[in-house]
Write a protein that binds this ligand. Structure first.
Ligand SMILES: Cc1cc2nc3c(=O)[nH]c(=O)nc-3n(C[C@H](O)[C@H](O)[C@H](O)COP(=O)(O)OP(=O)(O)OC[C@H]3O[C@@H](n4cnc5c(N)ncnc54)[C@H](O)[C@@H]3O)c2cc1C
Length: 378
């Protein structure tokens, strides 16, 4: 006999899996994904876990996210690797940087104190250093959330496409799949860049597709090489376990959906060729690019480059939406899961959910300018 679940979660990316993990102890949960579990965009992430850097206006949210990884460390195959994040500061950005450094866990230092991280001609005179950061293998993170949620009774239905959300008397009551209908008290939709399309009949959302492009460089880094990035180039980097430098660059599509040519744009190439050697001492004209990794699946973004996690009043009751995490979904896993749980159970979250509400936007369609996630930082 078919059962009614407490919660059906559509999407087994980092948002869906972290919600399943958080709800598992006391809820009957089913997770449905059109592909394999955790095999979407989340599986392509770089594993940069820098919530204090990328959510500077939400310190409680960021701390909750980081604590989650520290607690999860050693569970299943998941390891949190502690690593400082160091960002060079240009002289004309000193005021902003000093403001950022007023927060616990962030230090501002003279650039000389960063050893030989930066090139001698780099345009920085100071550097911001975040301590409470790290990185991980994202496949291990996804697999661990999957196995821990399964162990606590969450059911998973992979290879099952959800075609619509059923609304009865103003409330979401089920999802329709290609193999039949699944009833639930609460429906969570966490399908990344396809969220807008899936919900088109019940709720309009300001979500667009975009992506990151990534390359690995043979930079022969020292053990413990700090993570970093430069907002001027929409770029981040980190060392890998085999001493390569992983470099990622924000890549905003101009059209929707992007043409193939656009998706495989050369902005990353230009950054590595023309700029990176002038920023980092470890990179010069001789440094080989070992491989490029152009993510074939899109990520999603919103008008302010921050996710939507909400049970929006303008949508049906009992519907929770979580999408649009730009380049900062994996690092926020612990908080996204807690936020979804609190909306599904009407418990109070241990942080403010206001910054993630849909009604912060005036726009609802896809007709909005891309905002870099780096532009919202200071
Ligand atoms: C190259 C790259 C590097 C990145 N690096 C980082 C990083 O280092 N740190 C970080 O924090 N973030 C990073 N990000 C961003 C991060 O990957 C995203 O913010 C995050 O993965 C989004 O997760 P999600 O669960 O919202 O969506 P997704 O991972 O896209 O999950 C959505 C799921 O829904 C499923 N689905 C879609 N439609 C349906 C349907 N109709 N029915 C059923 N299932 C459906 C998909 O199969 C998929 O599994 C990176 C992104 C990219 C592209």
């Amino acid at each position: 006999m078919d059962m009614t679940y407490d919660t059906v979660i559509v999407g087994s990316g980092i948002a869906g899996l972290s919600a399943a993990y958080r709800l598992a102890p006391d809820h009957d949960v089913l997770v449905v994904d059109r592909a394999g579990i955790g095999e979407g965009t989340s599986s392509r992430a770089s594993g940069v876990l820098t919530a204090p850097v990328d959510y500077p206006d939400q310190p409680e949210w960021a701390a909750h996210a980081t604590e989650f990884f520290r607690d999860l460390d050693g569970t299943g195959t998941f390891d949190w690797i502690d690593r400082e994040y160091v960002r060079g500061v240009r002289p004309d950005d000193r005021d902003n940087a000093e403001e950022s450094a007023a927060v616990d866990g962030i230090e501002i230092v003279d650039v000389e104190e960063c050893g030989d991280v930066f090139d001698d001609n780099a345009p920085y005179d100071r550097a911001l250093v975040w301590e409470d950061c790290g990185y991980c293998d994202v496949d291990d993170l996804l697999a661990t959330l999957y196995s821990e949620a399964s162990r606590r009774g969450v059911e998973f239905r992979p290879d099952t496409t959800v075609t619509s959300v059923r609304v009865t008397d103003g409330a979401a009551t089920a999802v329709k799949t290609e193999y039949g209908t699944v009833e639930a008290d609460t429906v969570v939709v966490a399908v990344g860049s396809t969220t807008r399309n899936l919900l088109a009949d019940v709720l309009e959302l300001p979500i667009r597709t975009f992506t990151w492009n990534v390359a690995y460089l043979d930079a022969d880094l020292d053990d413990g090489y700090p993570m970093g990035g430069d907002p001027n180039y929409g770029a981040y980097w980190r060392g890998t376990d085999d001493e390569q430098l992983l470099v990622g660059v924000e890549h905003c599509y101009e059209s929707e959906p992007p043409s193939e040519e656009e998706a495989f744009g050369d902005r990353l190439d230009a950054f590595i060729r023309d700029e990176l050697g002038g920023l980092l001492a470890a990179v010069d004209a001789e440094t080989d690019v070992v491989r490029y990794e152009v993510c074939p699946m899109a990520d999603a973004t919103t008008p302010d480059a921050k996710g939507i996690i909400d049970a929006p009043k303008e949508g049906p009751d009992d519907l929770v939406v979580a999408a649009g995490f730009h380049g900062a979904g994996v690092m926020a896993a612990g908080s996204i899961g807690t936020a979804i749980r609190s909306l599904a159970t009407v418990e109070e979250a241990p942080f403010d959910l206001e910054p993630f509400r849909l009604d912060r936007f005036d726009v609802r369609g896809t007709d909005f300018e891309f905002a870099s996630m780096f532009a919202t930082e200071n």
